[in-house]
Design a protein around this ligand. Structure first.
Ligand code: ACO
Length: 318
């Protein structure tokens, strides 16, 4: 049996930081409201000329370096993003071209905040089928560019960044032990962008019914994580780190409570990064590795939910 082992991690954040106090000068809000409802203190914001591919390339360079491989060893590049540089080509192809990878296949995965879990699931299938040895999986976003900066109910929630991991095919039971992905398109009205190439030839802005999403997030993240744990015959006590999509501290805490994981076993970056959609989980994983919180052999439980709705989870022996 072939397994997908994580052999490298990396991330990148734009230099510019926007604090809650600074945000309250742009829109009618305040630090106390944002912090108490979401746990967010600040977010990183990309410059006008800083593109999703720029963040993704920096995160990828760090992941490739940490994997100790050459970019030429990669067989596939998957980039999870909802904020591609352009309608086409895929941002993954721009990354592929940066590394001068000839004809190596590269494509974007559009599953909004679940994009990284979707990408891990696809990459694991490619590795298990024998089609690939080394895959670069990226989550990268510049959500600040599709946020309505006049809508205080959404603009306070999001940030920009990128995270990446390198997966390698190994013949030992380790790495991705199980993963599950789901979608339910009937929730479109609760979370969507009000633009698109075919709809109105615009990029659109994020529109969200926060309370609908909050309730769905807690139950779907919990159920999905429990299912993935069962699939690989692991128990809650085996999980060293729960690494949920970093959307909101209250959602993260609600999921942990339902699964039965104590606060000291959750990686949280939402306070510093806010919701970076598809980038949030790889950013949290890479930050956890850099802080030496995540170590070889640790069992990680990853879970995400996003527009679609899409959701899913993944259990990894690191
Ligand atoms: N600052 C100050 N007041 C605000 C703000 C703000 N930034 N935003 C809303 N308010 C006000 C509202 O106007 C409302 O006031 P009113 O009662 O006078 O009308 C009041 O606060 C309560 O608003 P609610 O929307 O009911 O606030 P709620 O407690 O639901 O919290 C929140 C809002 C934080 C968005 C919450 O619903 C949430 O976290 N939802 C989940 C969102 C999420 O995580 N999405 C992730 C997926 S995103 C993606 O996939 C791209």
């Amino acid at each position: 049996m072939i397994y997908s082992k994580v052999i490298g991690t990396g991330h990148f954040l734009p230099k510019k930081i926007l604090t809650n106090d600074e945000l309250s000068k742009i829109v009618e809000t305040n630090n106390e409201w944002i912090l108490s409802r979401t746990g967010i203190k600040q977010r990183h914001i990309a410059d006008k000329n800083e593109l999703t591919s720029d963040l993704a390339i920096e995160a990828s360079k760090n992941a490739i370096k940490s994997a100790g491989i050459n970019a030429k060893d990669l067989d596939y590049i998957l980039c999870a993003t909802t904020t591609p540089d352009q309608t086409f080509p895929a941002t993954a192809c721009k990354i592929q071209n940066y590394f001068k990878l000839g004809s190596v296949p590269a494509f974007d995965v559009q599953a909004v905040c679940s994009g990284f879990i979707y990408s891990l699931h696809i990459a694991d299938c490619l590795i298990k089928s024998g089609k690939a040895k080394n895959i670069l999986v990226i989550g990268a976003e510049t959500l600040s560019k599709i946020v309505d900066w006049k809508d205080r109910r959404t603009c306070v929630l999001f940030g920009d960044g990128a995270g990446a991991i390198v997966l390698r095919a190994v013949r030992k039971k380790t790495g991705i032990l199980s993963s599950n992905i789901y979608s339910d398109g009937s929730w479109e009205k609760s979370l969507h962008a009000d633009g698109g190439p075919s709809l109105n030839q615009k990029v659109g802005k994020i529109r969200m019914k926060g309370q609908d999403i909050f309730k769905q997030a807690v139950t779907k993240l919990t159920d999905s994580t429990i299912k993935s744990l069962e699939d690989c015959k692991k128990k809650t006590k085996d999980v060293k780190w729960l690494i949920p999509h970093q959307a909101n501290m209250r959602i993260i805490n609600g999921v942990a409570k339902r699964i039965g994981i104590s606060d000291d076993r959750i990686i949280k970056t939402v306070d510093l990064h806010a919701n970076t959609s598809a980038a949030s989980i790889p950013l949290a994983v890479s930050s956890g590795v850099n802080k030496s919180l995540i170590n070889a052999g640790d069992i990680l439980a990853l879970c995400a939910i996003g527009g679609g709705l899409t959701w899913g989870s993944c259990i990894i022996e690191f």
